[in-house]
Design a protein around this ligand. Sequence first.
Ligand SMILES: *Cc1c(COP(=O)(O)O)cnc(C)c1O
Length: 335
Amino acid sequence: MQPTLADILAAARVITGVADHTPLVPSPFLTAHTGHEVLLKLENIQPIGAFKLRGALNAVAALDGAQGVTCCSTGNHGRGVAYAAQQRGLRAVICMSNLVPEAKVNGIKALGAEVRICGSSQDEALAEAQRLVAEEGLTEISPFDDPHVIAGQGTIGLELLAARPDLRTLLIPLSGGGLAAGVALAARRISPDIRIIGLTMDRGAAMHDSLKAGHPVEVVERASLADSLGGGIGMDNKLSFAMCRDLLDDVILVSEAEIYHAMQALYYEDRIVAEGACVVGIAALLNGKVALDGPAATIITGRNMDMDMHARIMAGQDVTLGDLHLPGQVYKGTS
Ligand SMILES: *Cc1c(COP(=O)(O)O)cnc(C)c1O
């Protein structure tokens, strides 16, 4: 069953005091660049460094008598589930591929969760989570295709529109679509005319390709600076595909070079340390891929990146990540 606005309002009560009301701050730089007010929703300052705590808290709170929880994750959902499980004294086993950066793995272990590294794709990690459900009686919490997770992420939409009912455009980083589905559901119900755009990298854009095909399709998972946006949407997707299809106005792709530059811009102009996944909206604005017609907001979704990699990019050095080779580029402003 698809979640409703009432479910998002209920989720807002569940997460109160732990994962709610992150600041919505202006970006003077993007405002000057686009000629319209651009606001940043700072989910990077959540207790786990990413918005996924909202959905994970809401999903774990809905469990009744679970023996423990498991999930597949590109890192941040696993950290949210680990945090929520630790609060409840539940066992948590987080399954991830070897594409997940070390910094994310360590953050999860620090919360007392067990970590399983399985193969080089989200599909392999999911297979392990499903084995744990069958053989060890754990409960799986999908990173994006779960009504409680979607409702939890949707609380960002409530907060955005409560703070700024005049927002005209939302730019939402998009992977499995739990974030976009939840935020778009809340935003559309409150402000029917708002324009909602999903953004993702052009290497392995599962939701983009699926929406184009009209049904979930498999993509080859590839290394990306936006590692949190990797992975498929599940061939048996139940909720997030249909919600993104029905609620998003558009999905726009950005390149790795555009992500590299947007990370530098966010750091040098707005002085924010954030993952590649967060800057896809900023990359689209800086490269003229989205035109604004009034106040806009994007979500700075997380900060759990490998800081050596961050330092390399800020210094304008070359980057090699799996089969991805990006030539360095020293930041010189955006004009
Ligand atoms: C999970 C994640 C996203 C994308 O969320 P989906 O619900 O999978 O679309 C974006 N940014 C970060 C940092 C994430 O961890």
